[in-house]
Design a protein around this ligand. Structure first.
Ligand code: CA
Length: 242
């Protein structure tokens, strides 16, 4: 068995919050096999306790817990911690994951999912935390043929300058800041139109389509600006691939 390095320095500590024993075991074994150190909690109360005692680098959080809603754990965590949280949601509770993202979760996985998808999300969340937690960060973002220089506010595709309208640039900038992770409609709408942005849903789609025509190789089959149905958009940063 090849054990790949945990990505960011010493093995990251991951807190798995999941009440179903077999699924918790699947998560722990998958993560452990990749060299991550795993902490476990089967309910909301122990999740808060373990998070406070062991300061994990990442939390995988099931939303359906026996003693409290996973949302409650997320809100409690966010009172004192910026630890990346990836929510594990059941398909029949789609609305809940949007609520969780708006409340400060970093990403989500819809059950059932495989080990490959799990590892991709974990890597993105850890890399993002590392990149934005320490150091000044690079002002130039690159993925595929796209380059966004945030200091110069310059967008290029295959080295060719792309002219973005102010709204398109604001959308792109917001997606870059969350690169690799899903950004909800609400977060995008507020970033561009402010607190009353929710009314601009149709306009958002129009601007995203325009942006795709400018940066995608094939706008009909977007590989960079990925639609997350019913949730929002994700800018692929290339890091999620195995
Ligand atoms: Ca559950």
């Amino acid at each position: 068995v090849t054990v790949e390095p945990a990505g960011e320095g010493p093995a990251a500590r991951i807190l798995v919050v999941e009440d179903e024993p077999r699924f918790r075991r699947f998560l722990s074994v998958s993560l452990g096999a990749r060299g991550y150190r795993v902490l476990e909690a089967g309910d909301a109360a122990s999740a808060i306790r373990v998070a406070a005692e062991h300061a994990p680098d990442l939390v995988l959080l099931d939303l359906g817990l026996p003693d409290a809603d996973g949302m409650e754990v997320l809100r409690r965590l966010r009172e004192w911690s910026e630890v990346p949280v990836v929510v594990l949601s059941a398909r029949e509770r789609e609305g809940q994951k949007v609520e969780a993202l708006d409340a400060g979760a970093d990403d989500y996985l819809t059950k059932p999912f495989g080990a490959g998808e799990l590892m991709a999300r974990v890597r993105v969340a850890l890399r993002h935390a590392g990149r934005f937690g320490a150091g000044p960060g690079d002002s130039v973002f690159r993925t595929g043929d796209l380059e966004v220089d945030r200091a110069a506010r310059r967008v290029t595709v295959r080295g060719r300058p792309v002219h973005c309208t102010p709204i398109e640039y604001r959308l792109l900038q917001t997606l870059v800041r969350h690169a690799g992770r899903v950004v909800t409609h609400r977060i995008l709408l507020e970033a561009v139109w402010g607190p009353h942005g929710a009314e601009q849903m149709h306009t958002l789609r129009v601007h995203m389509a325009a942006l795709r025509r400018k940066i995608e190789e094939d706008p009909a089959r977007p590989g960079l600006l990925v639609t997350e149905a019913g949730v929002g958009y994700r800018l692929d940063d290339g890091g999620g691939r195995e």
